[in-house]
Design a protein around this ligand. Structure first.
Ligand SMILES: C[S@@+](CC[C@H](N)C(=O)[O-])C[C@H]1O[C@@H](n2cnc3c(N)ncnc32)[C@H](O)[C@@H]1O
Length: 336
């Protein structure tokens, strides 16, 4: 690439956040829901989504450049296979998750990433005046978008874990920081001999989804603080998207609490990204910067996980890379 082409490339890259903004509009308006019966004019879509046709056309036109929607010669928009998951009723829907990842709660801190890089203090604390989970606990409206959005964001990974991990015939799974309980639901639905304990902060557990199992009562929901203690007697302690939120010292506290609470042959299973060495592209490298802006944690390498486990009295036994399309690895540890 010659120098001028490189300069133009960089400027175009600098506008990538615009694409996130357009995806957010598509998710918020639910425009994909109005394309399930075939292509529609933008005027029709604008009426259905209570938007202005001009602005909506410009948003859809940008998304169409990457195969999300397609504009035909007559100016009608089509839903493409890539855009399907923006529908609300699609089994792999990410509509709520999209509203969540493009939420100003994340977006604003990333806009001030430079201050986190200069000071080492998460930008969230400068913007909201306190750590993110404290802010969510004090702001039910923000939590009402965060918790279900997070659940949908990680659902693909939860399903993959429930499917590929070698659960024994019977056991107790403790989902530490398990949100509203989607991972537990996936495991209990697939493993009839397992029982589950959902553990999270009080205001999160209060809105759990485990009752969707109906008459199946193989679960309990326990509120608490994982820095104090976690429920005892589990065979597997799952930590999905937990360790990446916290600095090493606090991760070791969580892991030690799991180590102390588990049955003698118990396991800790962290579900997090494991960063590859070098320049290789990996979604974890983007998530890492959201974390840098918002929390004290980081995405980690295998060596860094091994060191955390070691400090908590655990031995890293294996790392199972998730098959596509997920990006979380299963990082397993047992008592030393
Ligand atoms: C990034 S979310 C992950 C949720 C869930 N594991 C998933 O994969 O969807 C982190 C979770 O940790 C919970 N959490 C944060 N601080 C906590 C604490 N001190 N004790 C218990 N849970 C906590 C949050 O409420 C939130 O549900």
């Amino acid at each position: 690439m010659d120098a001028e082409k490189s300069a133009a490339f960089l400027l175009d890259e600098g506008l990538r956040y615009v694409f996130s903004g357009a995806l957010r509009v598509a998710a918020q308006t639910g425009v994909a829901d109005h394309l399930t019966d075939g292509p529609r004019t933008v005027e029709h879509l604008a009426t259905r989504t209570a938007t202005q046709a001009d602005g909506l056309r410009r948003v859809l036109r940008l998304l169409a450049t990457r195969g999300i929607f397609h504009e035909d010669a007559a100016g009608r928009f089509h839903l493409t296979p890539l855009g399907e998951a923006l529908r609300s009723d699609c089994p792999t829907s990410v509509r709520e998750a999209m509203v969540f990842v493009t939420n100003p709660t994340f977006w604003q801190p990333v806009g001030q990433l430079g201050s986190a890089v200069s000071t080492g203090v998460p930008a969230v604390e400068q913007i909201f005046g306190r750590p993110l989970f404290d802010y969510l606990a004090a702001n039910p409206e923000a939590a009402a978008e965060f918790d279900p959005g997070m659940a949908q964001y990680s659902q693909l990974e939860s399903r993959g874990f429930a499917t590929i991990y070698d659960f024994a015939d019977t056991g107790v799974l403790v989902d530490v920081g398990g949100g509203r309980g989607r991972l537990l639901l996936e495991v209990l639905r697939r493993h009839a001999g397992w029982r589950g304990v959902l553990f999270d902060q009080h205001h999160v557990v209060a809105r759990h989804e485990l009752a969707t199992l109906g008459a199946d009562h193989r679960w309990t929901a326990v509120p608490g603080d994982f820095f104090d203690e976690v429920p005892a007697g589990g065979d597997v302690y799952a930590l999905q998207y937990i360790l990446h939120d916290w600095d090493d010292e606090r991760c070791v506290r969580i892991l030690r609490n799991c180590r102390r609470a588990m049955n003698p042959d118990g396991r800790v299973v962290a579900l997090d990204t494991v960063l590859p060495d070098g320049d290789a592209a990996h979604p974890g490298k983007s998530i890492d910067l959201v974390i840098l802006a918002s929390f004290t944690g980081r995405e980690r390498t295998r060596t860094q996980f091994a060191a955390l486990f070691e400090a908590a009295g655990l031995r890293l036994t294996r790392v199972i890379a998730k098959p596509e399309p997920g990006w979380l690895s299963i990082i397993e540890g047992r008592p030393r």
